[in-house]
Design a protein around this ligand. Structure first.
Ligand SMILES: Nc1ncnc2c1ncn2[C@@H]1O[C@H](COP(=O)(O)OP(=O)(O)OP(=O)(O)O)[C@@H](O)[C@H]1O
Ligand SMILES: [Mg+2]
Length: 301
């Protein structure tokens, strides 16, 4: 399984899909929610690309901005791979960096173009494609036009629609609950942490993280320095990215108000059945309210 190779859980199909497209020189872009695991998948693919294709050349860039940084980073990585024109590749590192610093980004772009034209087999792994400035996008377009294969990751498509038309998009859906549960299970094992109610903990973290690996990591981080995870702490778990619980309190109060009003109306019009029904509803509300209040007090203490 690819998972055993990469350590990335539950993304075998997406990685296989990406490999399939890259073999055919199609550009691939992983898209998904913030914290959904785009970087993890992109890095896993990059790290294993070389193992799978020892003769190929690939480079990973973790951001597409600032513009000058992106251009210099790409040029530097090409220099490291010895694929720049001889005039540059024969320079010692410091001299090359100094020269790069003095160059305008358009000249660096031309330098990159020269290298990629001579070596179109190089695959670029670009993370955070959504951070690309218009100038960075122009470099990416140039590379795409030259037939360079690019694998990227992006969160938001705003302002990128046209650029993304060039890619096969692979949507990273939330991880399955079973995958998150396995992740949490191995976290407990590795930390030798004592959990009062392991089943409840697994269920809560899985439910609250809603398949988002970053949300899951952050929930676990909450207990990082705890020697023991107590049940009341588990119940308090919450994450903004997680599943939302519907708060029924206002609806219950509205029903209570309506039933109270109907109770008075039924008395004034002498409607016996309605009076009994609304009295029952009001009484059950008072009982439920009493127990809910006691439960809240207990939880606080
Ligand atoms: N499939 C996975 N298996 C195990 N860990 C994962 C998986 N996906 C993501 N993670 C972990 O979850 C965390 C967040 O993932 P990552 O940074 O890849 O998300 P992202 O989509 O790139 O986030 P952003 O939108 O901020 O760029 C990382 O620490 C990563 O190692
Ligand atoms: Mg990322």
């Amino acid at each position: 399984m690819i998972e055993d190779l990469t350590g990335v859980i539950g993304r075998d199909n997406e990685i296989k899909d990406a490999i399939h497209h890259l073999h055919r020189h199609r550009n691939v872009c992983f898209v998904g929610a913030p914290g959904g695991g785009k970087t993890a998948v992109l890095k896993a693919l990059f790290e294993n690309w070389h193992a799978l294709h020892p003769k190929s050349s690939s480079l990973y860039v973790w951001s597409c901005k600032p513009t000058k940084w992106l251009f210099s980073e790409v040029a530097f990585k090409l220099y490291r791979r010895d694929v720049l024109p001889a005039e540059f590749n024969t320079l010692p590192v410091e001299a090359f960096q100094k020269r790069l610093n003095r160059m305008h980004y358009r000249d660096i772009s031309r330098l990159i173009s020269a290298a990629t034209t001579a070596h179109p087999e190089i695959i670029f792994f670009l993370d955070n494609l959504d951070s690309a400035t218009p100038a960075s996008q122009s470099l990416i377009y140039t590379l795409l036009e030259q037939g360079v294969t690019i694998c990227a990751a992006t969160t938001s498509k705003r302002g990128l629609t046209r650029l993304l038309w060039q890619f096969q998009l692979i949507d990273l859906q939330p991880l399955k609950d079973a995958h998150i549960r396995r992740f949490v299970d191995s976290w407990i094992e590795n930390r030798h942490i004592l959990v009062d109610d392991r089943k409840l903990f697994l269920e809560h973290v899985t439910y609250k993280s809603a398949g988002n690996p970053l949300a899951c990591e952050q929930l676990l981080r909450y207990f990082e320095h705890e020697p023991r995870i107590k049940t009341p702490d588990i119940r308090k778990l919450y994450h903004e990215a997680g599943r939302k619980e519907l708060d029924l309190t206002p609806i219950i109060f509205i029903f209570f108000g309506v039933s109270l009003a109907l109770r008075f109306i039924s008395r004034s019009i002498s409607h016996k059945e309605l009076y009994i029904l609304t009295s029952l509803f009001t009484a059950s509300f008072v009982v439920i309210r009493f127990f809910a209040f006691r439960g809240m007090l207990k939880e606080r203490s």
